[in-house]
Ligand binder design. Structure first.
Ligand code: BTN
Length: 327
């Protein structure tokens, strides 16, 4: 799907969207400073991207339907973030958006570069698991971040992103979502979002972070394989109606950018209370597998780097990562 779109095509789309009605071809050509032939070409190009444009010899052109695709032109339209999503790599299919983002980050890709795919054939989950990423139903995305923080502060980025996901979910669907430390977001006791953070780092310096986020948006129960049906959900299942993936992605980028910029200055400090208010685990008895060790206790707090503070029989323990289940 990635290919540069010419300026006049993007501008034509912008004008048609702003107008929301028929726009005379003459006025369009004048505004875009192109001739009729170029205008027709731009229209054709939009149609190639599955936009539907009505044309009327007298009234001109009208945007009749926008494709349900995560196209850069759609994501960038009226996007208020200044860093995240300014450069977008959008694909119909990829093995994993994290893998491509990693390769791009090893090159010159700037901070905030976004990689999205309509489907992933080798979507990666945490701890070597796979991530179910079927076409057009979810948002499978990775962001390249280049924060000047210590590697020990990186776990907090997943929590910061989870908070942005919770707030976006509330704003767009009204659904109460919860942060399940360290990397999941939950609605109605089921997971609809997972985060996979990958680092390129030295002992005391992060080169870059790939923040991979998978969001189940428009799946029905039957879209999930049987083994996931009891544990996974989507916004559509919970809300009872479809949710625009483009709107969700844009609002998430905007919200996460604010939280991320603050995180780079003060860690989780400013948002910790908000994270705790939306925590799925706080005050609950849990079991955490950390490597081969299993710890049990009550989830008591988060530290400023996003580590979990667990009250165990032996006292408080600070845990930076692990696989959690409720007891
Ligand atoms: C988990 O819950 O185990 C984390 C899942 C992360 C999935 C996303 S989808 C986009 C990005 N690319 C990947 O290959 N994985 C992450």
């Amino acid at each position: 799907m990635r290919k540069n779109v010419s300026i006049s095509t993007e501008e034509l789309l912008f004008h048609l969207k702003k107008k929301g009605d028929f726009f005379s071809a003459e006025k369009l050509a004048q505004d875009l400073k192109i001739n009729f032939k170029e205008l027709k070409q731009a229209k054709k190009e939009l149609e190639k991207w599955e936009y539907m444009i009505e044309s009327d010899s007298k009234k001109g052109y009208k945007l009749a339907q926008i494709p349900d695709l995560l196209l850069p032109m759609e994501i960038k339209f009226d996007l208020k973030s200044k860093i995240l999503g300014q450069e977008i790599h959008s694909y119909k299919a990829l093995n994993s958006t994290n893998d491509l983002a990693f390769d791009l980050a090893e090159g010159e890709a700037p901070e905030g570069t976004l990689v999205v795919a309509e489907k992933q054939s080798k979507g990666k989950g945490r701890l070597g698991r796979s991530w179910f990423s079927s076409p057009k139903l979810g948002i499978w995305m990775s962001l390249i971040l280049r924060p000047s923080i210590l590697p020990s502060q990186a776990p907090g980025l997943s929590i910061a992103a989870s908070l942005a996901l919770v707030l976006t979910t509330k704003e767009l669907t009204g659904l109460p979502a919860f942060i399940k430390w360290p990397n999941d977001v939950i609605v109605n006791n089921r997971k609809f979002c997972g985060i996979l953070t990958e680092l390129s780092a030295e002992l005391d310096k992060i080169n870059f972070v790939i923040l991979g986020v998978g969001i189940n948006v428009n799946h029905t129960e039957r879209d999930f394989p049987k083994n996931l049906r009891n544990i996974a959900t989507s916004l559509r299942i919970e809300k009872g109606e479809q949710v625009s993936r483009v709107d969700f992605l844009k609002r998430f980028l905007e919200k996460f950018e604010k939280i991320y910029l603050q995180y780079k200055k003060t860690g989780l400090l400013t948002f910790k209370d908000e994270c705790l208010r939306h925590s799925y685990l706080l005050g609950k008895k849990i079991k955490i597998q950390v490597g081969s060790e299993i710890l049990e206790g009550k989830a008591e707090n988060l530290d400023d780097n996003g580590a979990l503070i667990l009250r165990t029989k032996e006292g408080l323990k600070t845990i930076t990562a692990g696989d959690v289940s409720l007891l």
